[in-house]
Design a protein around this ligand. Structure first.
Ligand SMILES: NC(=O)c1ccc[n+]([C@@H]2O[C@H](COP(=O)([O-])OP(=O)(O)OC[C@H]3O[C@@H](n4cnc5c(N)ncnc54)[C@H](OP(=O)(O)O)[C@@H]3O)[C@@H](O)[C@H]2O)c1
Length: 191
């Protein structure tokens, strides 16, 4: 499993499993050894469980929410060494009340209970990190419905390149950029 890489902003890939503390620690040790700092952290790992039971809930929250905690905790020392650190959580407005109750939204009728609930947790975690670490910008993002492996069974979504733009925008904010906001490509979203 890999963090995505965007060559034109100078990123590289590091293998890690966000459900495994040792794997996360090893990835950050590797970044420390090679770079000595971390400018951008994008929490993109996510799973969409089809079932709705205890084991599926644990798997969903382990990756989608606890993964954010594991990786952020391990990354904080390296983020603090960056002159302009940004953390972006690829979350979803399906974790927001206004969106999950809107029949006009694309995901309204999809079986997204655990994905939506765990993305809600990821969004709130990210905002709490923003409050606790004012020197680092933390913003969750709604990428838009995107054609990926996750959505292939539903046959929905736009090209990944279109959704990646808003992630890159938030990942490259300057020091005066917002923090603790939930955004999509049009700007800030309400909760
Ligand atoms: N697609 C959409 O319409 C949409 C909408 C809103 C939000 N999102 C969110 O966007 C994020 C990316 O989803 P996607 O649509 O691109 O789905 P995807 O194609 O299924 O990609 C999910 C990614 O997460 C990685 N991953 C899963 N478990 C992991 C773990 N334990 N450790 C490290 N990486 C792990 C996968 O790596 P491997 O392939 O190596 O397993 C894969 O690269 C997710 O958080 C999703 O909830 C997607």
């Amino acid at each position: 499993m890999q963090l995505g890489h965007v060559v034109h902003v100078g990123a590289r890939s590091v293998q890690l499993d966000v459900t495994d503390d040792a794997s996360v620690a090893a990835a950050l040790v590797s970044i420390d050894a090679e770079q000595g700092r971390l400018d951008v952290l994008v929490h993109n790992a996510g799973v969409l469980e089809a079932g709705l039971d205890g084991p599926a809930a644990l798997r969903s929250f382990d990756t989608n929410a606890a993964g954010v905690v594991r990786v952020t905790g391990a990354a904080l020392p390296l983020l603090r060494r960056s002159s302009s650190p940004n953390v972006v959580t690829v979350s979803s407005s399906t974790g927001s009340f206004w969106a999950v109750t809107d029949p006009e939204r694309p995901g309204f009728e999809l079986p997204l209970a655990l994905c939506a609930a765990s993305e809600a947790a990821a969004t709130v975690l990210t905002v709490q990190y923003a409050k606790a670490h004012p020197g680092i910008r933390f913003n969750p993002v709604e990428p838009g419905t995107t054609a990926t492996d996750m959505t292939a069974a539903f046959g929905i979504g736009r090209p990944v390149q279109d959704s990646a733009r808003v992630v890159v925008r938030l990942a490259t904010l300057g020091a005066d950029g917002p923090t603790g906001t939930l955004q999509d490509e049009r700007g800030e979203l309400r909760w």
